[in-house]
Design a protein around this ligand. Structure first.
Ligand SMILES: Nc1ncnc2c1ncn2[C@@H]1O[C@H](COP(=O)(O)OP(=O)(O)OP(=O)(O)O)[C@@H](O)[C@H]1O
Ligand SMILES: [Mg+2]
Length: 230
């Protein structure tokens, strides 16, 4: 399967406001290749927004984001989509599964749009679904899956193309502790095996435990978090 070489992610003095509300005010950070970072912070503080900026899904107001040699903040919409296809696995807070495709086809999408033949793409999708405990749900439609099952499908889809950068927004937010354990084990293993970098928004201590570092976003900006609590 294709996989992208992990690279350093560098966020330089990035600012972002919506209407009159400044969420990010000159935020800087750096994630080394293979580093795993948990991002904590109160609801509404801008965590999902920061992931969207890094993925090139939203424009910054000012500042710069680089992933290796790619200047994400300089990409147009088409080039940003290609950057995500090649380099980024995004687990969205709200899953965003395609409602008209079954689970295995949802997972196979990143491979199919990058030119992998359907047979191998679906085989890779089924293998990942088995690893998140959904081997027997591969042909189920999203509407037939529970929230936690949809979350696991979304995780499998984010990992199937071997991205160098995994952005995960509350990947265990809808899961019971056992399913959360499965998802975290897969995420940690996949990220380690492919030497991918991980930026994971989470409120869960169980999830934050797979990270090397913890950062907290608040009105004052982004700080290294040295508390033991979530
Ligand atoms: N496209 C947008 N247009 C206008 N306001 C937005 C937009 N996206 C986000 N916001 C606002 O920015 C603020 C931060 O949103 P964001 O989703 O980044 O928060 P969050 O830290 O991820 O919160 P949560 O933990 O609840 O998911 C919210 O007040 C939200 O309403
Ligand atoms: Mg959010």
């Amino acid at each position: 399967m294709p996989s992208s070489e992990p690279a350093a992610l560098v966020v330089e003095r990035v600012s972002k406001s919506f209407a009159d509300r400044t969420l990010l005010d000159g935020v800087s950070m750096r994630i080394e290749p293979g580093e795993r970072v948990a991002l904590l912070g109160e609801s509404g503080v801008g965590k999902s927004t920061l992931l969207n900026l890094i993925a090139g899904l939203e424009p910054v107001d000012s500042g710069r984001i680089r992933y290796g040699a790619i200047e994400v903040t300089a990409l147009d919409a088409g080039a940003a989509a290609a950057f995500r296809r090649r380099n980024v696995g995004f687990v969205f807070q709200a899953f965003h599964l395609l409602p008209y495709l079954n689970a295995e086809r949802n997972v196979a999408v990143p491979l199919l749009i990058d030119g992998t033949a359907p047979g191998p793409a679906l085989a890779a999708a089924r293998e990942l679904l088995a690893r998140v405990g959904l081997a027997d749900r591969a042909t189920a439609m999203p509407r037939e899956l529970s929230g936690g099952e949809q979350q696991r499908v979304a995780l499998a889809r984010a990992l199937v193309h071997g991205p160098g950068l995994v952005l995960a927004d509350e990947p265990t937010g809808n899961l019971d502790p056992r399913s959360a354990g499965l998802v975290l084990a897969l995420l940690a293993e996949q990220v380690r095996d492919s030497k991918a970098s991980l930026l994971m928004v989470t409120h869960s201590a169980q999830a934050a435990a797979i990270a090397d570092r913890r950062w907290r976003l608040d009105a004052g900006g982004l700080h290294e978090d040295r508390n033991d609590g979530p």
